[in-house]
Design a protein around this ligand. Structure first.
Ligand code: KIV
Ligand code: ZN
Length: 391
C-alpha cells in the first residue's frame, strides 16, 4: 500500500487564540503564520474575520504573506460573515472559507430554537453563498461528536452537493471515545453520497484528554485532514496537538499515513508560540515538553547511555531537540555519573567512581538536581578519598 497524505490544518491563530489571556496582535500573528508556512502545514486558519476589526486585519495581512499554505477564515452560516471573510481573504494565493452551523439536537433546540430541516437548509445556503467567492469551501457541523449519525450524513451529503470541498466533523465538546469518533468517520464514508468529492476532517477538543487519540482514530477510519494547534492550545482543555499527531503518524509508518511537516522545526515552533502567547509548555508535554527527552532514574539512564532506543521511541533530533538529557538526581546511578563526569573531562576508574559516587549521593540528597558546577566540586572533594584508595 502506498503512503497517503493527511493534511494538517493549523488553527493556532483561531481556535488556539481563543484561550483567555493569550490574545496576539497582528504583528505576532504574522510571525507565527510565516513560521507555520515554513513548518509545512497545509492550511492556516488565520482567524474569524467578522469577529473584530483586529481579526479582519490579521486575516487579510496573513493572506498577503503566506506563500504555500491555504489561508482560511471562519464564518457562521450567515451571509455577512461570509462576505467579510471573502474580503479578508481576497489576496490569498489559496483562499478557503470555513463556514458551518451546529447540528446536534442540543444546538438546534437551545442555540437556534430551530428544527433539523431548517438547519440543513441554512447549511446548504451558507455553502452555496461561500462558493460565490471561493472554490474551496469547508463546512463544519458543530458538535458533530454528539450529532445523530443519520442526520449528520444527510447534512454532509447536502453540503457536498452545494459544493463543499472539505467536511469538518468537530467533536466540539471533547466527548467522543476514539472508537466512537472513528466509527462516525466510517459511517460517513459508507453512507454519504458523493463523499469521494470531499475530504473528511477531524477537529477534536481535549476535554477528556482524548483529542489526539480521537484524531488518529478518525484518520485510520478515512479522514484525511486533522485540525490542530501548536502545543494543543485552545478553548478549555485545548485542541488536538499538532506535534503529537504528526509524530504519531511518522513513528507508525505501517499506518501508511504521513504529513508534509518538517518535524525538525517542531520544538522551536512550540517555543515560539509559547513565548508569544505567554503560555508555558508543561514539562511533561509529549514531544515538546522540557522533560520529553530527559532521563532521571538510574535504570533508565543506564539503558539510554548504552543504547538510546532502550527508553526513547523518538530521536530528539527529529523534532529539533539537540540531544537527550541525563538529569543527575539522588535516583541516578554510577553509569549516569560517569557519563556526565566524562563529558566534563574526568575519566574515572571503577575505584575512583565509587569514591565520587559516595560524595555525589550526599550532594544529591540535599539538591533536586546536581549540575556541572557541583560535579567539579564533588570530584575535588573526593580527590583525597581517591588518593587514599589509589596510593
Ligand atoms: O470546535 C468547533 O466546533 C469549532 C468549529 C467552529 C469549527 O471550532
Ligand atoms: Zn474547535
Amino acid at each position: 500500500m502506498s503512503t497517503e497524505k493527511v493534511q494538517i490544518f493549523d488553527t493556532t491563530l483561531r481556535d488556539g487564540e481563543q484561550v483567555p489571556g493569550c490574545k496576539l496582535d497582528t504583528e505576532q500573528k504574522l510571525l507565527i503564520a510565516a513560521r507555520l508556512d515554513e513548518l509545512g502545514v497545509d492550511v492556516i486558519e488565520a482567524g474569524f474575520p467578522i469577529s473584530s476589526p483586529g481579526d479582519f486585519t490579521s486575516v487579510s495581512e496573513i493572506a498577503r504573506i503566506v506563500k504555500n499554505a491555504t489561508v482560511c477564515g471562519l464564518t457562521r452560516a450567515v451571509e455577512k460573515d461570509i462576505e467579510v471573510a471573502a474580503e479578508a481573504l481576497k489576496y490569498a494565493k489559496r483562499p478557503r472559507i470555513h463556514t458551518g452551523i451546529g447540528t446536534s439536537d442540543s444546538h438546534i433546540q437551545y442555540k437556534f430554537n430551530s428544527t433539523r430541516e431548517k438547519v440543513l437548509e441554512r447549511a446548504v445556503a451558507a455553502v452555496r453563498y461561500a462558493k460565490r467567492f471561493v472554490d474551496d469551501v469547508e463546512f463544519y457541523a458543530e458538535d458533530a461528536g454528539r450529532t445523530d449519525n443519520d442526520y449528520l450524513a444527510q447534512v454532509c451529503e447536502a453540503v457536498i452537493k452545494a459544493g463543499a470541498t472539505v467536511l469538518n466533523i468537530p467533536d466540539t465538546t471533547g466527548y467522543c471515545l476514539p472508537e466512537e469518533y472513528g466509527a462516525k468517520m466510517k459511517y460517513l464514508r459508507d453512507h454519504v453520497g458523493g463523499i469521494e468529492k470531499a475530504i473528511l476532517s477531524c477537529h477534536c477538543h481535549n476535554d477528556l484528554g482524548l483529542a489526539t487519540a480521537n484524531s488518529i482514530s478518525g484518520v485510520i477510519h478515512g479522514a484525511r485532514q486533522i485540525e490542530c494547534t501548536i502545543n494543543g492550545i485552545g478553548e478549555r482543555a485545548g485542541n488536538t496537538s499538532l506535534e503529537e499527531v504528526v509524530m504519531i503518524l511518522k513513528q507508525h509508518p505501517y499506518l501508511d499515513l504521513d504529513t508534509s511537516i518538517n518535524t525538525r522545526l517542531l520544538y522551536s515552533t512550540s517555543q515560539m508560540v509559547s513565548q508569544k502567547m505567554g503560555m508555558p509548555v508543561q514539562p511533561n508535554k509529549a514531544i515538546v515538553g522540557s522533560n520529553a527527552f530527559a532521563h532521571s532514574s538510574g535504570i533508565h539512564q543506564d539503558g539510554v547511555i548504552k543504547k538510546r532506543e532502550t527508553y526513547e521511541i523518538i530521536n530528539p533530533e527529529d523534532v529539533g531537540v539537540n540531544e537527550s538529557s541525563i538529569v543527575l538526581t539522588a535516583r541516578s546511578g554510577r553509569a549516569a555519573l560517569a557519563y556526565r563526569a566524562k563529558k566534563l573531562g574526568y575519566e574515572l576508574t571503577k575505584v575512583q567512581l565509587d569514591a565520587v559516587y559516595g560524595e555525589f549521593l550526599k550532594f544529591a540528597d540535599r539538591k533536586k538536581e546536581v549540575d556541572n558546577e557541583d560535579i567539579h566540586q564533588i570530584v575535588e572533594i573526593s580527590a583525597v578519598e581517591i588518593e587514599k584508595v589509589t596510593s
